[in-house]
Design a protein around this ligand. Structure first.
Ligand SMILES: CCC/C=C/C(=O)SCCNC(=O)CCNC(=O)[C@H](O)C(C)(C)COP(=O)([O-])OP(=O)([O-])OC[C@H]1O[C@@H](n2cnc3c(N)ncnc32)[C@H](O)[C@@H]1OP(=O)([O-])[O-]
Ligand SMILES: NC(=O)C1=CN([C@@H]2O[C@H](COP(=O)(O)OP(=O)(O)OC[C@H]3O[C@@H](n4cnc5c(N)ncnc54)[C@H](OP(=O)(O)O)[C@@H]3O)[C@@H](O)[C@H]2O)C=CC1
Length: 267
């Protein structure tokens, strides 16, 4: 649906590109002409994904924990040496564990804040200082999560993702002089490798949860990637500082009283 040369000549970095949503984004960028770099913590799994993605275009990879500034700086050096520029950064790496707030320890809280908020900020700052600010050009897309009405069962990630959304609004203004656009994509529940890590009791409720979503289905990794592709492309050149929900209208809430459904049965 996008022109095959949409990202011709562009260099794009996708964090967490070894699996799920990030893998699909990396694949679509390659198919649209970009040179793509992926990173994640687990080098063995990263290598396997990189070999698969190399079938679609020019792909590089390097292990990097986004919570470690020295890892990010080493990634910057690799990108400088190999491409001497970066056009697009997609902050997709992240995640959390389900837990009621009263049971989240300091260590657990810090792990999730550090993974989703601090890691995303460090990546943005390092890539902006090394590439986007001197180039006076860059596009950033942050994958967050649909946390519009809070995130009961995952308070830590709700707080971290809201932080990324607010950071995005700030940087859209601070860095407009550098011609840097920055936006978020906020997925609802997406059928991806990420869901496999949830305990069986939570997976068992997915069928009911799916019915409650206004569009009556979970998202696909392609749904998220399409939104990222749009925001990263010149078609979105007047869009910055927003969060785009890819959630089947989940953030608007469910038909709690079932009123509309009752009406539909006789009107
Ligand atoms: C509904 C769908 C919507 C969203 C879907 C998605 O996002 S899909 C995408 C999903 N994909 C992902 O989420 C993938 C990425 N996620 C991750 O790598 C981890 O979830 C992480 C963010 C905690 C980082 O981990 P890390 O390597 O920094 O840390 P660590 O492992 O060493 O743990 C540090 C501390 O955190 C605590 N704690 C951790 N786990 C649990 C738990 N299950 N239970 C309770 N607590 C837990 C514990 O305190 C632990 O310390 P301890 O007690 O062991 O000394
Ligand atoms: N699937 C869903 O329903 C939803 C997903 N999201 C978010 O979308 C993003 C992608 O999720 P999804 O593809 O489903 O899940 P995955 O678990 O498959 O993807 C997470 C990716 O992030 C990488 N990663 C995690 N922590 C770090 C880190 N500290 N440094 C570098 N890489 C890291 C992982 O690789 P490695 O383990 O090798 O580090 C993995 O490739 C995540 O941020 C997730 O929270 C948001 C809402 C809903």
């Amino acid at each position: 649906m996008f022109k095959s040369d949409t990202f011709k000549g562009k260099v794009a970095m996708v964090t967490g590109g070894r699996s799920g949503i990030g893998f699909q984004i990396a694949k679509d960028f390659l198919l649209l002409g970009a040179k793509v770099i992926i990173c994640s913590r687990k080098e063995d799994k990263l290598k396997i994904a990189a070999e698969e993605l190399a079938a679609y275009g020019e792909l590089s990879y390097q292990a990097c924990d986004i919570r470690k500034t020295e890892d990010i700086q080493s990634l910057v050096s690799m990108i400088k040496e190999k491409y001497d520029r970066l056009d697009i950064l997609v902050n997709n790496a992240g995640g959390q564990f389900p837990a009621l707030a009263e049971y989240i320890s300091d260590k657990g809280w810090n792990a999730v804040i550090s993974n989703n908020l601090n890691g995303t900020f460090s990546m943005i700052r390092e890539m902006a200082n090394a590439f986007f600010i001197p180039q006076k050009q860059g596009v950033i897309v942050n994958i967050t999560a649909e946390v519009y009405r809070g995130f009961p069962g995952m308070a830590h990630t709700g707080a971290a993702r809201a932080g990324v959304e607010n950071l995005t609004k700030t940087l859209a203004q601070e860095w407009s002089d550098f011609n840097i656009r920055i936006n978020c994509v906020s997925p609802g529940i997406i059928e991806s490798s990420g869901l496999d890590q949830y305990p069986q009791q939570i997976q068992d409720m997915f069928e009911e949860a799916e019915k409650a979503i206004p569009l009556k289905r979970f998202g696909k990794v392609e749904d998220v990637s399409n939104a990222v592709t749009f925001l990263a492309s010149p078609m979105a050149e007047y869009i910055t500082g927003i969060s785009l929900f890819v959630d089947g209208a989940q953030h608007l809430g469910f038909d709690k009283m079932g009123l509309a459904n009752v009406l539909k049965s006789f009107m």
